[in-house]
Design a protein. Structure first.
Length: 119
């Protein structure tokens, strides 16, 4: 099973950009589909994006479509989330998660990284 560690969060002004990284340990990273989720204070965790291995094409929540881009580098065992044109409502703890190919549930999670967007 892989272990996941996120990085790249921080404080940014509205309109700015951040790139989150999620480094996976283990040699089976390519056997996992990857996704990014977020949870804002007082709200439920929501799916933000999934990579192509999750279903043949990338998925983005409507709220981030056109602004966020998910990508992965299997050689580096890393998945990224590029976030542009950030808005205060993007403020949340962002988590990466892994799901075995063919599985139904994202069952491996990172510890999360805080993203705060100031207005």
């Amino acid at each position: 099973q892989v272990q996941l560690v996120e990085s790249g969060g921080g404080l940014v002004q509205a309109g700015g950009s951040l790139r989150l990284s999620c480094a996976a340990s283990g040699r089976t990273f390519s056997s996992y589909a990857m996704g990014w989720f977020r949870q804002a204070p007082g709200k439920e965790r929501e799916l933000v994006a999934t990579d192509r291995r999750s279903g043949g094409s990338t998925y983005y929540a409507d709220s981030v479509k056109g602004r966020f881009t998910i990508s992965r580098d299997n050689a580096k065992n890393t998945v990224y989330l590029r976030m542009n044109s950030l808005k205060p409502e993007d403020t949340a703890v962002y988590y990466c998660a892994a799901r075995m190919l063919g599985g139904q549930v994202y069952d491996v999670w990172g510890q999360g990284t805080q993203v705060t967007v100031s207005s």
